[in-house]
Design a protein around this ligand. Structure first.
Ligand SMILES: Nc1nc2c(ncn2[C@@H]2O[C@H](COP(=O)(O)OP(=O)(O)OP(=O)(O)O)[C@@H](O)[C@H]2O)c(=O)[nH]1
Ligand SMILES: [Mg+2]
Length: 178
């Protein structure tokens, strides 16, 4: 029976947190990645949820435990516990709403205040399908990420097209097209 692995067998378990303003699409990124589901009418998250999915990277099984919380302050429950133990973060903004990009700085501050300095942070411009409504350019996002990285270490900027691609890259540095 060589090669058999139980469903819940994994080599690495990584906690990743999703952060960003309300409505940027965090919960849909999560449902797309873990269940391949997308909803046009999803409700604001209240409190904290998480979902997992295992992926293969080289010959290892990496189990991603992805945490999702409310972008709205009044729906958020516990900040420290949310960030505790996270090795990766997807900081999401909505490319059609500039204010969500402006708030990235605030999210970064909170993230850095609660996590280890080795955390891998990826900046994700979501809703890239809405070309005609775009209010934040890829260049601006990249320039911001580069500036931040100069002062604080790695911050990658990638425009979201497919959740799966983004998540893979945060585990193994496999880059994928924008
Ligand atoms: N066009 C488009 N709409 C999206 C995309 N991702 C999410 N949405 C829509 O944006 C809205 C908000 O998505 P959510 O995933 O609930 O946003 P959230 O960041 O989890 O919001 P909070 O839970 O309030 O923090 C929903 O109506 C989604 O259908 C995307 O990639 N493209
Ligand atoms: Mg949500």
């Amino acid at each position: 029976m060589g090669g058999y692995r139980a469903d819940d067998d994994y080599d690495y378990l990584f906690k990743v947190v999703l952060i960003g303003d309300s409505g940027v699409g965090k919960s849909n990124l999560l449902s797309r990645f873990t269940k391949n589901e997308f909803s046009l009418e999803s409700k604001s998250t209240i409190g904290v949820e998480f979902a997992t999915r295992s992926i293969h990277v080289d010959d290892k099984v990496v189990k991603a435990q992805i945490w999702d919380t409310a972008g709205q302050e009044r729906y958020r429950a516990i900040t420290s516990a949310y960030y505790r133990g996270a090795v990766g973060a997807l900081l999401v903004y909505d490319v059609t709403r500039h204010v969500t990009f402006e708030n990235v700085e605030r999210w970064l501050k909170e993230l850095r205040g609660h996590t280890d300095s080795n955390i891998v942070i990826m900046l994700v411009g979501n809703k890239a399908d809405l070309h005609h409504l775009r209010a934040v350019s890829t260049e601006d996002a990249k320039a911001f990420a580069k500036r931040e990285s100069t002062f604080h270490g790695d911050l990658r900027s990638r425009v979201h097209e497919r959740g799966k691609c983004i998540h893979r890259s945060s585990y193994s540095n496999i880059s994928c097209g924008e």
